[in-house]
Design a protein around this ligand. Structure first.
Ligand SMILES: Cc1cc2nc3c(=O)[nH]c(=O)nc-3n(C[C@H](O)[C@H](O)[C@H](O)COP(=O)(O)OP(=O)(O)OC[C@H]3O[C@@H](n4cnc5c(N)ncnc54)[C@H](O)[C@@H]3O)c2cc1C
Length: 457
């Protein structure tokens, strides 16, 4: 049986580990050069920071995952630097691009472990050079050992905001300020629910305390107003404090992000149905706790199936592989299955608490000023989108894909991965509808840009 695993992050590694232990040789693809995924992203060989400095408290786990990954490569059909840009669930084929070469690969079952990406709310000035997502700023630190500027403001909400602030501090790149759109009182109110996270919760508290203790200016409950600057240079961030006072901070770079969204385009192309999850405020592909989807032969695990974090990803990867093995008539250790199911159920409660503690600021997204770019690839503003929507009474584009047809929102390089969530909020607000009623941008191949010659082939 040919099993394809897409992704070599925590979920993909633990999935392949189970498949190999069962005697299979899975086809294992990752667009990155060396695997490890996002949290345990590996630097190029010439970067000499050691694991302790790169991954902090997670160094042991990172090293263990990398060791497993490296040991598994010889037992799998390992294909790094390989983008899977389409999946055909009927003919059971993957379209892949590796080093400029296009190939079609067959599979009998596929396990998609494609991870997540930052979720963005457009702030006036967010497309200036010098503005990145929190995740991109972290990748620059992990893989190139550099900060995105000399005076960097970190803006957004969620664990990554505080983790990055701490990592910047440890790397000697003290942030100019941390701006959290969630108010302190809101976080404090939800803190008891986070206790279920155990060590993860205490680490989070430690990061927050360390950032404050180092004297980094922290503002909570803020509303960003604009990233200011002249030409290509960021010069400041204007915002409203929790008490409504207007402030501007001088800076030369801004990293922003409001939580994560699943990279679920391949699941979409595979025909997996999606549902809107109110807590994650995301559209999630449908699957059971074991990672089985309603589409025969398609399994999902890790953040690509719904944001869960690295601990969940490792367990979900192993669990989905066991489900796949079980479904194809192979014996699986039932005590391992039971232990994984129990852990996944417990961790799901923690994730819900985390999402409620750091909510996506839908109100901010719904109020993006008319002149602000939402889709930077196609230069579509919030006003363009509102105009396409019409009025609540006349409603021309009552659904996001219709608005896409009218405006070209989401037709550029990112295929709506960046602009989709905020675009949906803006359209929903214009039509006075719930965001879930607006729908989501449907996935289209290629899921990421491929050279025209390859697409033609
Ligand atoms: C930028 C960023 C930084 C993060 N940093 C942290 C952190 O420091 N600490 C933390 O606790 N959590 C962090 N997270 C959350 C973290 O991603 C998850 O908790 C964890 O890594 C999820 O594991 P995973 O295996 O599901 O996905 P990932 O680790 O994201 O791995 C997914 C893998 O799939 C590959 N892939 C995706 N699509 C394709 C495709 N079409 N073709 C081929 N390969 C593909 C990717 O290259 C990647 O290697 C971060 C998330 C992001 C987006």
């Amino acid at each position: 049986m040919k099993v394809a695993v897409v992704g070599a992050g925590p979920a993909g590694v633990r999935a392949v580990e189970q498949l190999v232990a069962a005697g299979l040789t899975p086809l294992w693809l990752d667009e990155a050069p060396d695997g490890g995924g996002r949290i345990y992203q590996r630097p190029p060989a010439q970067l000499s920071r050691d694991a302790r400095r790169l991954y902090g408290f997670e160094a042991k786990r990172a090293t263990a995952l990398h060791a497993t990954l490296d040991a598994l490569k010889a037992h799998a059909d390992w294909r790094p630097n390989t983008l899977v840009w389409h999946i055909d669930p009927h003919r059971r084929r993957l379209e892949v691009l590796s080093a400029g070469t296009q190939a079609t690969l067959d599979f009998d079952a596929a396990l998609l472990c494609t991870g997540a990406m930052d979720r963005v709310v457009p702030v006036p000035g967010w497309t200036r050079p010098g503005v990145t997502t929190l995740g991109a700023a972290q990748i620059a630190l992990k893989t190139q050992g550099c900060a995105i500027g000399d005076k960097v403001v970190l803006l957004g909400t969620g664990p990554l905001l505080w983790l990055l602030a701490y990592q910047y501090l440890k790397a000697g790149a003290r942030p100019a300020a941390v701006l959290d759109t969630t108010a302190f009182a809101h976080k404090a109110r939800h803190a008891p629910g986070l206790l279920a996270g155990g060590a993860v919760f205490w680490k989070g508290l430690y990061y927050m305390a360390a950032v404050r203790a180092a004297g980094v200016p922290v503002y909570e409950g803020v509303r960003p107003r604009a990233i200011t600057g002249a030409g290509d240079q960021v010069s400041g961030l204007a915002f409203e404090t929790a008490r409504g006072a207007a402030r501007t901070l001088a800076c030369d770079a801004v990293a922003l992000g409001w939580g994560l969204k699943p990279e679920a385009q391949l699941a979409d192309l595979a025909g997996v149905p999606f549902r809107f999850d109110a807590d994650q405020h995301n559209w999630l592909p449908e699957r059971d706790i074991a990672g089985r989807t309603p589409v025969p032969g398609i399994y999902l695990a890790g953040d690509g199936a719904g944001i869960g974090g690295a601990d969940v990803a490792e367990r979900a990867g192993a669990r989905a592989a066991l489900a796949l093995l079980e479904d194809t008539g192979r014996p699986v250790p039932q005590d391992t299955v039971a232990a994984l199911d129990a852990a996944l159920a417990r961790l799901a409660g923690f994730r819900t608490a985390l999402e409620r503690t750091f909510p996506f600021p839908a109100d901010l997204a719904r109020a993006v000023p008319d002149a602000t770019l939402v889709c930077r690839c196609e230069a579509i503003t919030a006003g363009d989108l509102r105009a396409a929507g019409g009025t609540p009474a006349t409603g021309t584009a009552r659904e996001l894909n219709r608005a896409k047809a009218f405006t070209r929102l989401g037709m550029g390089r990112c295929q709506g991965r960046v602009c989709g969530p905020a675009g949906a909020e803006i359209l929903a607000a214009a039509l006075n509808r719930e965001v879930a009623a607006i729908g989501r941008l449907r996935g289209q191949p290629p899921v990421k840009p491929v050279p025209l010659a390859e697409a033609a082939e």
